[in-house]
Structure formats: structure tokens, C-alpha cells
Ligand binder design. Structure first.
Ligand code: NAD
Ligand code: DAU
Length: 330
């Protein structure tokens, strides 16, 4: 069995690759895993260090928009799990060209190559942000798409392309839409790893706006377990929401991070709000639970404690990345 994982050197993709090669998913035991990753500022081969010596892993540095390369790599592939994307909302507000190029064009290149090669399953990793923002209740998969940032608009574009390749060509595509992930190897520009690493170093943390925006936190292991269920048994043409079931305002999250790092509210700096800042995300996970038996297994308390411990013990991983993040934004 051959699996092509795009963006496999990023936060979630590398977790998925480590799990596949580590034997967490028996249906994919022994599979050859080909990682295609451009190694942008967010990509990091060190994320694959625990499995780097595995004969199952092949790493290819390249761009998903490169049709020739993608077509070569797609030959003989059984399953594509497509994580590669520009993923940070704040960066998409500063400049969005790369978001359209990678998230929209790159996805189309992959879909076409998968169709040409006759792959058996294409799992497109999307996001709850394509639905927009919801005051109360939760989105089901048939909710209208109302993306608000250039990032989420580009992701919505890729979702619609995935849909079209199923409807027009019969390519067996599934789309997953998950909530906010957290866990080890999370690039320290996103709120949880940024705040943890700042607090470890005794630096202030920038809380956007009134801090009342709500996110639903999902441990990356639970997310990857959900993706695997979809890869194995998701119905072609279907969309599956994946959530964690822990909704917190950013103020509540910040309180927990302060407590976990032994800091107090004096470390919090209220700053100007993000432009177009979505107020709340909330996905209804009835479909994946009923059809595929998905359930989040990691409590937020346990997951957060483990995550804080991981960042405390892995300064050598994140310290250079914080400099890289600052430089690429500048
Ligand atoms: P990430 O930014 O950590 O990793 C993205 C990876 O894609 C990096 O390794 C990068 O080098 C690679 N990449 C970027 N452009 C590429 C290109 N043109 N060609 C090849 N590789 C390229 O992102 P992540 O947080 O791991 O997110 C993975 C996927 O999950 C994304 O599609 C994202 O939209 C989606 N998602 C993420 C979250 C979250 O909370 N992190 C939540 C919902 C959905
Ligand atoms: O919901 C899924 C999405 O979650 C994914 O599709 C995105 O790829 C991922 O980056 C994430 O997007 P968010 O914008 O929700 O994540 P971020 O960590 O950037 O911000 C989480 C919340 O914290 C958000 O309400 C903004 C706030 N925030 C963020 C940063 C970076 C702050 O208050 N201060 C900060 O410095």
C-alpha cells in the first residue's frame, strides 16, 4: 500500500505520518508513506525525526502546485491524505497570494493527478472556518459556506474543487472539517504554542480584542484518528466534521495556560483585534460519530498538561522557529 501525504512536515501532517509509521492504524500497517512538502517556514523535517529512519518513509521536498512532480509521485498511490496548505489566518490578512496558490491551485493539481492515476481514496483536510462564524448552535456538514478570511476563503475554494472532482469525475474524495487542533510540534505562531512558549520565557502574551472569541479545541491525536476513520471507511463524496468538544473563550484558554505555566494575568497584553475576527466556531460531529464511530478520547485537561510539558522539554525544537516566524512575518 502506498500513501501520499502532502504537508507531512507540518504540525498535523507529521503527527499523522508518525502515527501511520508507528503502527497506530492497523489497516495501514507496513504502508509506504511518501511525504510531499515544500518546507515553507511552517514545514520542518525535524517533525519527522522520530520516524526518519523508517524504510516506510520517503520524503520529497516539492510544491503541490508542481503538476509534473505531483503526477510522478501520484503513480501507484492508493490513498492521498492532503494536509498541505498555508494555514495561518493572520498571515492571510497580511498577504494572501500564497494562500490562493497553494490552497486552491495546489489542491486542484493534486485532484487532477489523483484522477489521472486512479487513486482509491483522496482525503482532503479542510477546516471548520469555511462555515464562517456562528453565534449559537453548531454547523452540520450541509451548512452554507461563509468564509471570512482569505485563508478560509481559499480553503473553501479547495473544498468546492474537491466536491467538483467527485461530482464531475467520480474521484473518491472525502473532505474533513475540523476544529482548532493543539498538541506537540504545533508551530509557535498559533495561540496555544505562542502563549505557552512566551509564558515559559516570562514574556507577555497578546490577547486579541475582548478575548471573548470561542474556539473548540481538538487534540491532534484525536484529529488524526478521525482522519484515519475517514481514510478507511468514509463514503466518497461526503464531508465529515471533526471536533474536540471543548469550547473555550480565549480568556478562559489564557487562564488555563497561565495556571499551567505558573504565571498570572499580569502577563496578558490586550491588543488590537484581528481584522474580521470570527467570533465562534462550533462543529456538529453527529455524522462522523454515527457513521464511523468517532469520539474524541483525550480530555482537554490531560492534553493541555501534556502539551505544556512537551514545550517545556523541547525548547531546542521551538526556539529557532520563533525567530523564523518573526522573520517571515517581517
Ligand atoms: P502547518 O502550517 O503546520 O503545515 C502545513 C505544511 O504544508 C507545512 O509543512 C508546509 O511546508 C506545507 N506546505 C505549504 N505549502 C505547500 C506547498 N505549496 N506544497 C507542499 N507543501 C506545502 O499546518 P497544519 O496546522 O498542520 O494544518 C494542516 C492542514 O489542516 C491544513 O490544510 C489546514 O488548513 C488544516 N487545518 C488545521 C487546523 C489547525 O488547528 N492547525 C484546523 C483545521 C484545519
Ligand atoms: O478552526 C480551525 C482553524 O484553527 C484552522 O483552520 C487554522 O489553520 C488554525 O490556524 C486555527 O485558526 P485560528 O485563527 O482559530 O487559530 P489561532 O491560533 O491563530 O487563533 C486562535 C484564537 O486566538 C483566535 O480567536 C485568535 C486568538 N489569538 C491568536 C493569536 C495568534 C490571540 O488572541 N492572540 C494571538 O497572538
Amino acid at each position: 500500500m502506498r500513501i501520499l501525504v502532502t504537508g507531512g512536515a507540518g504540525f498535523i501532517g507529521s503527527n499523522y505520518v508518525r502515527k501511520v509509521i508507528g503502527g497506530s492504524y492497523p489497516a495501514f500497517a507496513g504502508a509506504d508513506v511518501v511525504v510531499l512538502d515544500k518546507l515553507t517556514y511552517a514545514g520542518n523535517q525535524e517533525n519527522l525525526a522520530p520516524v526518519a529512519d523508517s524504510p516506510q518513509l520517503s520524503f520529497v521536498q516539492g510544491d503541490i502546485s508542481d503538476a509534473e512532480l505531483v503526477s510522478t509521485l501520484m503513480a501507484g498511490t492508493d490513498t492521498v491524505v492532503h494536509f498541505a496548505a498555508e494555514s495561518h489566518v493572520d498571515r492571510s490578512i497580511l498577504a494572501s497570494t500564497d494562500f490562493v496558490r497553494t490552497n486552491v491551485l495546489g489542491t486542484q493539481v493534486l485532484l487532477q493527478a489523483a484522477l489521472d492515476a486512479g487513486v482509491g481514496k483522496f482525503v482532503h483536510i479542510s477546516t471548520d472556518e469555511v462555515y464562517g462564524s456562528i453565534e449559537r448552535g453548531s454547523w452540520t456538514e450541509d451548512h452554507v459556506l461563509e468564509p471570512n478570511s482569505p485563508y478560509s476563503a481559499a480553503k473553501a475554494g479547495s473544498d468546492l474543487l474537491a466536491r467538483s472532482y467527485y461530482r464531475t469525475h467520480g474521484l473518491p474524495v472525502c473532505v474533513t472539517r475540523c476544529s482548532n487542533n493543539y498538541g506537540p510540534y504545533h508551530f509557535p505562531e498559533k495561540v496555544i504554542p505562542l502563549f505557552i512558549t512566551n509564558l515559559i520565557d516570562g514574556k507577555p502574551v497578546p490577547l486579541y480584542g475582548d478575548g471573548q472569541n470561542v474556539r473548540d479545541w481538538l487534540h491532534v491525536d484525536d484529529h488524526c484518528r478521525g482522519i484515519q476513520l475517514v481514510a478507511e471507511a468514509g463514503r466518497p463524496g461526503e464531508i465529515y466534521n471533526i471536533g474536540g468538544g471543548t469550547e473555550l473563550t480565549n480568556r478562559e484558554l489564557t487562564e488555563k495556560l497561565l495556571a499551567a505555566t505558573g504565571r498570572d494575568w499580569s502577563f496578558v497584553r490586550p491588543v488590537t483585534d484581528r481584522k474580521g475576527h470570527d467570533r465562534r466556531y462550533s462543529v456538529d460531529i453527529t455524522k462522523i460519530s454515527a457513521e464511523l464511530g468517532y469520539q474524541a478520547q483525550i480530555s482537554f485537561e490531560q492534553g493541555l498538561a501534556d502539551t505544556v510539558r512537551w514545550y517545556t522539554e523541547n525548547r531546542a525544537w521551538w526556539e529557532p522557529l520563533k525567530q523564523r516566524a518573526a522573520l517571515t512575518v517581517a
